[in-house]
Design a protein around this ligand. Structure first.
Ligand code: SF4
Ligand code: SF4
Length: 79
């Protein structure tokens, strides 16, 4: 079913693209590569750690990162 769902969504209508392709440059995993039209393409979405940096720094808020639903269970240790 959705075995390879990309965690990153780019709204290309909002992507100008910006000068220097900020998202391409800031991603620590080099997930994005400039596409033929000059806009970024998530070429390696499987490596995305969903850190959210690209979405945060995109000047036009064109990127949405689906954050993983981590059910962090905190165990209270009482003495
Ligand atoms: S969320 Fe983080 S790892 Fe994923 S594409 Fe954006 S900057 Fe890269
Ligand atoms: S940071 Fe935003 S506007 Fe700039 S290239 Fe990436 S998606 Fe487009």
């Amino acid at each position: 079913m959705d075995t390879h769902r990309s965690p990153i969504l780019i709204d290309y209508a909002k992507c100008s693209p910006c000068q220097g392709l900020i998202c391409v440059g800031v991603c620590p995993l080099s997930v994005f590569e400039p596409g033929a039209d000059g806009k970024p393409e998530p070429m390696d979405a499987a490596s995305c750690t969903q850190c959210g940096v690209c979405a945060h720094l995109c000047p036009t808020k064109a990127i949405t990162v689906n954050t993983r639903q981590t059910s962090k269970r905190q165990t209270m240790v009482t003495p």
